[in-house]
Design a protein around this ligand. Sequence first.
Ligand code: TYM
Length: 322
Amino acid sequence: MKRVLSGIQPSGQLHIGNYAGAIQQFVRMQDTHEMYVFIASYHALTSMRDADALRANIRQVVIDYIAFGLNPEKTNIYLQQDVPAVTELAWLLSCVCPKHMMDKATSYKDKVAKGIPSSVGLYTYPILQAADILAVDPDLVPVGEDQRQHIEITRDLASKFNHYYGDIFKIPDAMIRREAGVVPGVDGQKMSKSYDNTIDPFMDEKPLRKRIMKIKTDSLGIDDPKDPDTCTVYQIFRALAGPDAPETAALSDRYKNGGMGYGEAKQTLHEYILDHFADARKKRIELMDDQSYVDSVLKAGAEAANKIITNVTDRARTAAGL
Ligand code: TYM
């Protein structure tokens, strides 16, 4: 059985980009793969300074993972701060990482351009991500399109370490759901927790509708035929429903034929989201009241992850001469 590792930062409420780009893949893989899915709390420290908000977000991401369909019986769910050996591994990797490799990473520049304060942690963020991954010896890392460069850096760092010290790390493959692409937010830019443009599938019905109605569109009239592929409403719908779903084809036809205004397209998206996430919304409310269950999931997840992580870190430490 192939082993899978992935993670999400608890830097805000999860959104449809996280779901379509990453979580949907995790849920689909859990019957056929050995799964490790974690909450990247150390990474969130690169952009969050509010300790109470971070604590609350961390728990919320665990609850939302399970509400979206991750089954703790099949998927090991754990917090990054419960597997501290990963930070030691990050140090070992940072010592073989040429500085220019970080200079070339685009996420640092993008985040600083968006107003996230520059810090050494933000700059070396990809090294910690490489440690998260390599520490559990995974075969596959399912992520959204925006994480492609981070997985490349992980593979490069693993090869560098192996070059100096022998065959220590398995080189994992990224698994990117092409059809989701980079899911756009209400402003048409990449949907992102830090850009205030997200759609949160757990919002109450009315604010959710209001949010969807905010999606930017062009000014074509109701009767005009429209190009679905350039419309943010359609792109979000397709990422969520999948390009081959009959609902996606039907919506595409309605764009092309004319006679459907953007208001109606948004209404279709709103209804689809409410329907698609109906079970998740119910489950989330139940889980909010069951904190001890969440604790037990995290304890079991950390135990399982630590077994592997301690082993891999020992292997790397010994190989490096410690
Ligand atoms: P994060 O928290 O930004 O996003 C979590 C996952 O959601 C995907 N994603 C998207 N996919 C499509 N369209 C979007 N608009 C969109 N926004 C987010 C991301 O690609 C990701 O798969 N650095 C990572 C967290 C991390 C990690 C790891 C991931 C830390 N260590 C080890 C995998 C393995 C991040 O910031 O993801």
